[in-house]
Design a protein around this ligand. Structure first.
Ligand SMILES: [Zn+2]
Ligand SMILES: [Zn+2]
Length: 267
């Protein structure tokens, strides 16, 4: 089986003791590549994910997470602006709105989200969107800010059918995490069952959200196979088919930035 983990955080300290073994297990499970999604680290700023990804031969992204939006000073955005022009960075994110945790005031989340979509358009990179209990506003901001121009992915999809439809209308991809296999995930499962396969991605969001049967443990990229299995079961196809489609979609989205068949804009 060939697979991809389209969203992981194995740069985090939780993996410092056994990162090489984690990557080896992922490869053994069929994971061909993975995207290390950056956050802002106290010491290393935006660079931690890039540094680790570079050493392992994987792509990375950079962005200010909605949780961190309240802490981001101008110099954080200055650094991001510089990094966004680095050829090794394939996307801006994760960015978005999280009205479940509300770790940052909502106005600050909205402003951080909007300005980073503008940055993505400036540099011609797709966006990785994190959204929780903010379906309508997320879609509205993506529409208003012209995110269609660069494309992107709604990661760890936990929304309803309307967000899925509006995202697909913008040319976005939708990525499922282990949450799709959780009990009471019927609404998410319905989206996974019915959406077009050529826009579907799978991810772990490791170390968070381990899928069954690993729930409660530290998540890791090898477990993305469980996500592919669940999505495949919902759609009545083989996990290999889902894995192969997701890998192709991953390369289409992040391989040359932005929309399928759209060459990367000026760097
Ligand atoms: Zn997220
Ligand atoms: Zn994440």
């Amino acid at each position: 089986m060939t697979l991809v983990d389209s969203h992981t955080h194995i740069d985090m300290p939780q993996f410092d003791v056994d990162r090489d073994a984690v990557v080896a297990r992922a490869r053994e499970a069929g994971v061909q590549t993975m995207l290390l999604v950056g956050g802002v680290d106290e010491e290393q700023g935006h660079r931690r994910a890039l540094t680790v990804a570079d050493a392992l031969g994987f792509p990375a992204s950079a962005g200010v997470h909605p949780h961190e939006a309240r802490l981001a000073e101008e110099r954080v955005y200055d650094e991001l602006g510089g990094l966004a022009r680095d050829q090794r960075i394939v996307a801006i994110g994760e960015i978005g709105l999280d009205f479940h945790y509300d770790h940052s005031p909502r106005d600050i989340q909205r402003e951080a989200f909007r300005r980073q979509i503008r940055l993505a358009r400036d540099v011609g990179l797709p966006v990785i969107v994190h959204t929780r209990e903010a379906d309508d506003e997320t879609a509205k901001i993506l529409e208003e800010e012209g995110a269609r121009e660069v494309g992107g992915v709604i990661h760890c999809f936990t929304g309803a059918a309307d967000l899925a439809r509006r995202s697909l209308d913008l040319g976005f991809f939708i990525s499922f995490s282990g949450i799709v296999a959780f009990p009471r995930a019927e609404v998410i499962q319905e989206v996974a069952r019915n959406m077009p396969l050529d826009r579907l991605l799978v991810e772990t969001d490791a170390p968070f959200l381990a899928p069954p049967p690993h729930r409660g443990k530290r998540n890791e990229p090898a477990f993305v196979v469980e996500v592919a299995r669940k999505v495949a079961a919902l759609r009545g196809v083989s996990a290999a088919e889902v894995g192969e489609a997701a890998l192709g979609n991953f390369h289409r989205l992040f391989g040359h930035g932005g929309q399928p068949d759209r060459a990367r804009g000026p760097a």
